[in-house]
Design a protein around this ligand. Structure first.
Ligand code: ATP
Ligand code: MG
Length: 295
């Protein structure tokens, strides 16, 4: 069971000393930080007024989401919703802390292996942030080879992140789908190609992401990524974001795999572990079930 008052991050830190792993790994050259300290929400001047919301519209398939175990589209207080509230609160605090920069509003949801719950956590977290009054969330499908967010949400696919990176003439804002869930927009993955990793490593990616994040100062970006050990895009994306949320399947991810993933994602200096379920297959929703250190 969850321990009230303690976040999954804190509990995860107890089962894996990721700080030691980060200290031990060779330094990886990262991009210089974006120099744009943001004023706190509510204290922004008239020049900060955001551009209009995107034109592309979509309706979320709430029934399909509920059937897949997503329980955050209504006001019910569930254990799952509460877990994500705690995680969200920490992310938003970091994103708005004094001295925070635009990059702190970009969060990469990653994991070592396939099927550890990255998409599940990214969508749940996005829904949780969307419920905030002072923030909006852009859920980015960054799993270019195997995108699943659009189908999961029941949205029509279209041009997306990779198209905007590859084509300087394409305004990324025009690719964003505004949904009927207030404060929730989605950016499709866009065209797959052999050059995905190179494109994500290019300056164009930084430009596109800067544009998305600076245009709307209350916008939080949540990236759903492919498995870090199976594909290189997650490692490239880590260079651009302020925080990596590394999903750990308590019953599956080995210590070695976890350390390898931490090293691969080292382009981001702030990696937090998040424990996911131990018994999904048996039907119970066990997000965040605590393992180890219980007695
Ligand atoms: N805590 C959970 N409770 C219930 N179901 C979950 C939970 N975590 C993941 N799942 C389910 O497990 C399956 C795999 O999860 P998901 O697709 O999120 O993994 P992934 O890491 O994104 O996989 P991939 O690497 O293939 O993209 C999905 O059907 C998802 O809904
Ligand atoms: Mg996924």
């Amino acid at each position: 069971m969850s321990e009230p008052g303690r976040s999954l991050f804190e509990r995860a830190a107890e089962v894996y000393d990721f700080k030691a792993a980060v200290r031990a790994r060779a330094p990886i050259a990262g991009l210089p930080p974006v120099q744009d300290p943001q004023p706190p929400v509510g204290e922004r001047g008239p020049d900060a007024s955001p551009p209009p919301l995107p034109n592309r519209r979509g309706v979320i398939d709430r029934d399909a989401l509920a059937a897949a175990g997503f329980a955050l589209l209504d006001d019910r207080v569930t254990a799952l919703a509460e877990e994500f509230r705690l995680v969200k609160r920490q992310l938003l605090q970091a994103a708005t802390a004094p001295g925070s920069i635009a990059r702190d509003r970009m969060i990469l949801v990653a994991s070592a292996l396939p099927a550890e719950g990255k998409t599940f956590c990214a969508v749940n977290l996005a829904l949780s942030v969307a419920a905030e009054k002072d923030f909006e969330v852009l859920l980015v499908d960054a799993d270019v080879a195997k995108p699943s967010i659009l189908a999961l949400l029941g949205l029509e696919d279209g041009p997306g992140l990779m198209d905007a990176i590859a084509d300087p003439a394409l305004d990324v804002e025009g690719c964003i789908i505004r949904t009927d869930v207030p404060h929730l927009s989605v950016l499709p993955a866009g065209r797959p190609g052999n050059d995905t990793t190179e494109l994500l490593a290019s300056d164009r990616t930084r430009l596109v992401l800067d544009r998305i994040v600076t245009r709307r100062p209350n916008r939080v970006l949540i990236f759903d990524s492919p498995p870090a050990l199976a594909a290189s895009p997650a490692s490239e994306l880590a260079h651009h974001v302020g925080r990596v949320m590394l999903i750990v399947r308590a019953d599956r991810t080995s210590d070695v795999e976890l350390r390898e993933a931490v090293a691969l994602l080292g382009g981001c200096g702030d990696i937090r572990l998040l424990l996911n379920a131990t018994a999904m297959a048996s039907g119970g929703r066990r997000f965040g079930s605590y393992y180890g250190h219980e007695g």
